[in-house]
Design a protein around this ligand. Structure first.
Ligand code: NDP
Length: 316
């Protein structure tokens, strides 16, 4: 029997490459959780994913109502859940003004962090079914850019959640700042901050639920996939120069296909069941347990982030 994996943002880039790698094995049924149904369906077809190896289900992470509906739809499908991959993200590096989610929350943190936090909290229950005895996993895609202990993470503006006062205020840009630390809006920083939230959330899930549920909680940095849609909002010169820069100067470049293989490994490799780990790969494509920056591994901050996020989503 096939195992079931939900991948958010599987309509392009890393998510699509991972869906493709898993569908090809014949051992996985991929639920492509996407905001653009047609785009996802076309992407699956052009990636050559066999019919019956995937289902596209609508999910817009920038709307909590949509997240709730997605969970209901998934439950109605009757499939037991084995792995959830929180992969989707938006990035607005050149934006001068914040954009907002359906609930009026700054869009990059709302999509990348809060939408996924809500989804993962709801689906935690589904990951605990007793129908099969597979190793269940909850994977949240992280990034080097939120890690200030790396070269890439030190390119300004650096990630910094501060005391989370902006998040506590709802990131609405009216009564409170649209930035987590309460500062002035900066699209590139908002993305990096949201990735720090992703890595902190993974660790807090691990501390709260790993022992009790046996679920593996993991994050990863898949490498710099300089060709994906993530950079679609960047200036044209950046989009031209970024891939060769990563390929020849930083040597951090990976193809979409290789990054998909890496994430597919974290989903399915029987050797990667350790929980609480942030995976990375060396230049020979061998995986290793990487170190997170001080902020991205701060347990007090993780707890505070969890509690403020619960409050914002009215989950507490
Ligand atoms: P892409 O832009 O190619 O993929 C992002 C996906 O997220 C798209 O499928 C997009 O959907 C989806 N998405 C965006 N907003 C929403 C939403 N509101 N609801 C549902 N889905 C949404 O970028 P990547 O593949 O590069 O990014 C994937 C992950 O990898 C991200 O978490 C990113 O932070 C991480 N990452 C990427 C790196 C890189 O170098 N590219 C490096 C490190 C980490 P749509 O197709 O409809 O736009």
């Amino acid at each position: 029997t096939q195992s079931t994996v939900i991948i958010t943002g599987a309509s392009s880039g890393l998510g699509l490459a991972t869906a493709q790698a898993l569908a090809r094995t014949g051992e996985w049924h991929v639920i492509m959780a996407c905001r653009d149904f047609l785009k996802a369906e076309r992407a699956a077809k052009s990636a050559g994913m066999p019919k019956g190896s995937y289902t596209v289900m609508h999910l817009d992470l920038a709307s909590l109502e949509s997240v709730k509906q997605f969970v209901d739809n998934f439950r109605r499908s009757g499939r037991p859940l084995d792995v959830l991959v929180c992969n989707a993200a938006v990035y607005f590096p050149t934006e001068k003004q914040p954009r907002f989610s359906a609930e009026g929350i700054e869009l990059s943190v709302a999509t990348n962090h809060l939408g996924h936090f809500y989804l993962a909290r709801l689906l935690l229950e589904d990951l605990q079914h007793k129908k099969t005895d597979t190793n269940r996993r909850l994977i949240i895609v992280g990034s080097i850019t939120g890690n200030t202990n790396t070269l890439a993470g030190n390119i300004p503006p650096k990630a910094n959640l501060g005391d989370l006062r902006g998040l506590a205020g709802g990131l609405n840009g009216v009564q409170s700042s649209a930035m987590i630390d309460g500062g002035e809006f900066d699209g590139a920083k908002a993305y990096k901050d949201s990735k720090v939230c992703n890595m902190l959330t993974m660790q807090e899930f691990h501390r709260r639920y790993h022992k009790q549920t046996g679920i593996t909680f993991a994050s990863l940095y898949p490498g710099c996939i300089a060709t994906t849609g993530l950079f679609r909002e960047h200036i044209p010169l950046f989009r031209t120069l970024f891939p060769p820069f990563q390929k020849y100067i930083t040597k951090g470049y990976v193809s979409e296909e290789e990054s998909g293989k890496r994430l597919a490994q974290v989903v399915s490799d029987p050797k990667m069941t350790k929980s609480g780990v942030y995976w990375s790969w060396n230049n020979d494509s061998n995986s290793f347990e990487n170190q997170l920056s001080e902020e991205a591994s701060d347990a007090d901050k993780a707890l505070k982030l969890w509690e403020i996020s619960e409050k914002l989503l009215e989950l507490d």
